[in-house]
Write a protein that binds this ligand. Sequence first.
Ligand code: GTP
Ligand code: MG
Length: 138
Amino acid sequence: MLNVYQMSLGMSLYLLDLPGYGYARASHAERHAFRRLVTGALGRPRLAGVVWLLDSRREPSVDDRAIQELFAGRETPVLAALTKSDKLPRGERVARERALRETLTLDADQLIVTSAREKEGIEDLRDAIAGLVQPRTA
Ligand SMILES: Nc1nc2c(ncn2[C@@H]2O[C@H](COP(=O)(O)OP(=O)(O)OP(=O)(O)O)[C@@H](O)[C@H]2O)c(=O)[nH]1
Ligand SMILES: [Mg+2]
């Protein structure tokens, strides 16, 4: 399912919530359908950027790499939100963030440690999304 949210930020803006990818149990047909959904979304001319949700406990998978290549091929601006940080001991979060940043070769400002449960990083994520959708001056 693709959920579409209309945002009220004083301009016409939509957030497309795409389903997860890379479930081991997904059939070939499901993977193909997902691929079409995501390439369609990435091909939208007015796409401001992508918020890429990655479980902070997991190593990036082959599917994560494939998605990242799609982003790179289209020069899509990406914000990586590392989710469920509450599942990691507090002391490990910074090290985990650094490790994932290196593995994924992302800039520090592209990566935000978040927890919906503890509300960690939510304000930062909100600000980063606002930065993405600002009308860009050339
Ligand atoms: N501990 C913890 N659990 C979370 C957090 N955010 C989401 N979850 C749980 O993770 C599960 C999946 O959450 P969803 O938001 O549906 O994840 P999703 O990636 O959108 O899933 P799909 O759209 O089905 O791919 C739910 O059981 C949530 O309660 C979080 O910050 N901390
Ligand atoms: Mg979802």
